[in-house]
Design a protein around this ligand. Structure first.
Ligand code: IPM
Ligand code: MG
Length: 385
């Protein structure tokens, strides 16, 4: 077939898929209410590399904090195997079907890092398991807090998680050897739900300030749409101050000590959110210290935002990996479940262990504490709070 015709046909299919997505979003129900459930099922997914080592420790800490609920069969922690790069490569799927089926039986997922194959790797070029899970479970809000109290930094990022350059990131086309085209998608429904979540959070938390970040002066259609939706939503929140910034200057302003403390809640499309949250996490000690929540109406998933560090495992240091980031994700998990007291206690224990007391330090090498020793330290600290 003629190359242009083939490209047109491909494009047509993508539009049809997006229309179907929009219809689903229109039918979406409200957020799940955990109080109405007999039992909350938390699926624990180890992932690759250091993932199983650190996730096991986060699971121990959760089991410790939720002991009563687990005994009363109000909460179940369930291990879900098979989301490993070996199994995904063998099945040539970002998430193997049987794993996805198990994930869908849970309400909440705690996930270790998974390997994302890229060109030149020994693995087939399958889609990232993260990106696939966000899409499959419709986890549209990627919520990432960054705090550096002594510098007055208290940021909350609402990154759109299912659209933008990521929606069709694995569906671009090589029209011919010279021409490669990718697609980026913004929908009214998809923008609405993430921007509204950010405004709601700004209102409820009393932060009362939202910054909308785009590049709408250049990426006029999709980012323009995102900004237009934001303008409409802002009208419903007269008590929440808002402004809009372009991503380039925003990246600069985060390192401007005089201005950066003005930002409170930031909402932005997927790819900009990916980049800006890594920059932001660096102020707090790097991506290894940050947790991330992926929230949808039905499902939610909590993860560390660092990678799987395969070299640590091949060098036999897997059990010396720092579990702090995934345990930070567990704090957000508890908050999402409505267990605010336990979440606060765990956050406090993490601060004592990692920032103030530092009786044990994880270095990633055998001269530091092991992941298990560090989790024990956190639980001891919790007992003494
Ligand atoms: C993140 C990660 C992922 C992303 C990768 C692993 C696909 O960088 O969670 O920020 O780009 O979203
Ligand atoms: Mg990232």
């Amino acid at each position: 077939m003629d190359r242009i015709e083939a490209a047109k046909e491909h494009f047509g299919k993508l539009i049809e898929e997006q229309f179907a997505r929009i219809e689903k979003m229109k039918e979406e129900k409200d957020f799940i209410d955990f109080d109405t459930l007999d039992k909350v099922i938390i699926g624990v997914v180890g992932g690759d590399g250091i993932g199983p080592f650190i996730t096991a420790q986060a699971q121990r800490v959760l089991e410790f904090l939720l002991e009563d609920e687990i005994k009363a069969e109000k909460v179940e922690l369930r291990t879900i195997d098979g989301l490993t790069i070996e199994n995904r490569a063998a099945q040539n799927k970002a998430i193997p079907d049987d794993v996805l089926e198990e994930l869908k039986k849970c309400h909440i997922i705690l996930k270790g890092p998974t390997t994302t194959p890229r060109a030149g790797d020994p693995w087939p070029n399958i889609e990232s398991a993260n990106v696939a899970m966000r899409k499959e479970l419709d986890l549209f809000a990627n919520v990432r807090p960054v705090k550096v109290p002594e510098q007055g930094i208290d940021w909350m990022f609402y990154r759109e998680n299912t659209e933008g350059a990521y929606a069709l990131g694995s569906k671009g086309i090589h029209v011919n050897d010279d021409l490669a085209v990718d697609f980026t998608v913004t929908t009214k429904e998809g923008s609405h739900r993430i921007i509204k979540s950010a405004f709601e959070y700004a209102k409820k938390s009393g932060k009362n300030k939202v910054t909308v970040i785009t590049k709408a002066n250049v990426v006029k259609t999709t980012d323009g749409k995102f900004l237009d939706v934001a303008k409409e939503i802002a009208k419903d929140y007269p008590g929440v101050e808002w402004d809009d910034w372009y991503i380039d200057i925003m990246t600069a302003k985060l390192i401007d000590e005089k201005r950066r403390t003005d930002f409170k809640v930031m909402v932005l499309p997927n790819l900009y959110g990916d980049i800006l949250t890594d920059e932001a996490a660096e102020f707090q000690g790097g991506v290894g210290t940050a947790g991330s929540a992926n929230i949808g109406k039905r499902y939610s998933m909590f993860e560390a935002i660092h990678g799987s560090a395969p070299r640590m495992v091949s060098e036999g240091r897997g059990n010396y990996a720092d579990p702090s980031s995934i345990i930070r994700a567990a704090v957000m998990l508890l908050e999402h479940m409505g267990k605010q007291d336990k979440a606060d206690a765990l956050a406090k224990a993490l601060d004592i262990c990692g920032l103030t007391e530092k009786k044990l330090v994880v270095t990633g090498r055998t001269d530091g504490a092991s992941s298990e020793e560090y989790a024990d330290y956190i639980m001891e600290t919790l007992k003494n709070l």
